[in-house]
Design a binder for this molecule. Structure first.
Ligand code: HAM
Length: 419
């Protein structure tokens, strides 16, 4: 037992749990790739400025949740708190925009936020995300929501709530922000010092405050939908029409603002009432100015991210047991070194036939090897010493206890019944 332990908010994913992680990752890859998205792997740490400018210097993430440190040359680096800024940076650095075609990517990996840990909220957590760059039309908003749902449905999750809202664009949002400022200014004596500061810097951030008092005040606050310009209204109508066309149930939630600064127009969340306070599983939206914020051309973008830990908690709460169809495990009983070569040759063949193999240790007794085979959950044992001049092998099925002696030239046929 070590006395070193783990920092708060991080956890091991132990071999017993890894099946479900791999299953979810494989399902995500399959779904995202079937919509023609390709995987991107961006670095775990980036220059701090990337998140300050992108995620936004008025967000909780940037103000208090980043793991920021200086490297040996005094440059400020940050462990990525989210995937979107890195993807947009890669898009710009590689001048993908010069192709003039939409760019669709997905990512899977760890993110880091210094939050107060609780069930479903960690300091290192994992996201599955997609980003689309270069499509301004509402069809893309519909597509990403559809992809998130397809993925969740593939995991047998239903009865999730989809909330959508529109935050307007750089043209109409200033009017909305002004109205919000006016409203919160009129009740400013009820605001904490932190919230007064938020009001000055970005009144939108008051709307995602978890403070009880603000939650009450929010009830009467102006709503972005009432301030949308004609283009934003039309865009939002079309997103809703597409969702209706596909019979996707959603709720327009005028209170949904999402805690990141880059969003424009559509924002959405998919949540469940089974996870307590940390109920959002998917969060996403449009960010039509982010590429420009980083000094690039005017290119619209949008995407979402799914929290894997929350997904796994939900699956286990619902008793949904998803596992990869596991390969069968064959354990070779090796009485002496002289049988090793036979086992190794045969194991190569079995691996090609999609079995897992475990070669016994000839330095321990056969009895002990058999005990281990049972303990590790082997499906079959192969008695290598039974491969005699007659070219036959003895196979034991450990779950039924049945034993068979099979001529080697019939092994391939036998293997088909063992899968
Ligand atoms: P986000 O809402 O900050 O959005 O995170 C997306 C999801 O990540 C959440 O809904 C939640 O499931 C999970 N998550 C966030 N923080 C934690 C945490 N501390 N512990 C466990 N799970 C967590 C984004 O990150 C945006 N980049 C999404 C996006 C992509 N928007 C456009 N493109």
């Amino acid at each position: 037992m070590t006395n070193i332990g783990l920092p708060r908010g991080v956890q091991d994913i132990m071999p017993e749990e890894v099946d479900i992680w791999q299953f979810i990752e494989e399902t995500a890859r399959e779904i995202f790739e079937s919509y023609n998205y390709k995987e991107i792997r961006t670095p775990i740490f980036e220059f701090t400025e990337l998140f300050v400018k992108g995620t936004g210097d008025t967000t909780d993430i940037v103000i208090k949740e980043m793991y920021t440190f200086l490297d040996k040359k005094g440059r400020s680096l940050t462990l990525r708190p989210e995937g979107t800024p890195g993807v947009v940076r890669a898009y710009l650095m590689n001048k993908i925009y010069s192709n003039n075609i939409p760019w669709k990517v997905y990512y899977i990996g760890p993110m880091f936020r210094y939050e107060r840990p609780q069930a479903g909220r960690y300091r290192q957590f994992h996201q599955l995300g997609i980003e689309v760059l270069g499509i301004k039309d509402p069809i893309a908003d519909f597509e990403i929501i559809k992809i998130a749902l397809d993925f969740l449905q593939r995991l047998k999750l239903s009865n999730l709530e989809i909330d959508i809202n529109s935050l307007g664009c750089i043209k109409c949002r200033p009017y909305y922000k002004e109205a919000l400022k006016e409203y919160f200014f009129s009740v400013q004596e009820e605001l904490s010092e932190i919230d007064k500061d938020r009001l000055k810097r970005n009144p939108l951030r008051l709307l995602d405050s978890k403070d009880e008092n603000i939650i009450k005040l929010k009830e009467k606050a102006p709503q972005s939908l009432d301030y949308l310009c004609e283009e934003c209204k039309e865009h939002f109508e079309k997103v809703k029409n597409y969702l209706d066309m596909d019979n996707i149930n959603y709720k327009v939630n005028p209170k949904l603002v999402r805690g990141l600064d880059y969003y424009t127009r559509t924002v959405f969340e998919i949540s469940t009432n089974l996870l307590g306070a940390q109920n959002a599983i998917v969060g996403g939206g449009r960010y039509d100015n982010l590429v420009e914020t980083y000094g690039g051309p005017s290119i619209p973008g949008l995407g979402f991210a799914i929290g894997m830990e929350r997904l796994i908690i939900l699956l286990s709460k619902l008793g949904i047991n998803l596992k990869n169809k596991d390969k069968k495990l064959i354990y070779f009983l090796i009485p002496e070194d002289k049988y090793l070569k036979t086992a190794i040759d045969l194991s190569q063949y079995l691996i090609e036939k999609k079995f897992k193999i475990n070669i016994g240790n000839p330095n321990t007794s056969l009895k002990n090897q058999l005990k281990i085979a049972n303990k590790i959950g082997a499906d079959y044992v192969f008695f290598v010493d039974s491969i005699t001049n007659e070219n036959k092998i003895k196979i034991k099925n450990l779950s039924t206890g049945e034993e068979k002696i099979i001529p080697l030239n019939e092994l391939s046929l036998e293997l088909e019944t063992m899968i």
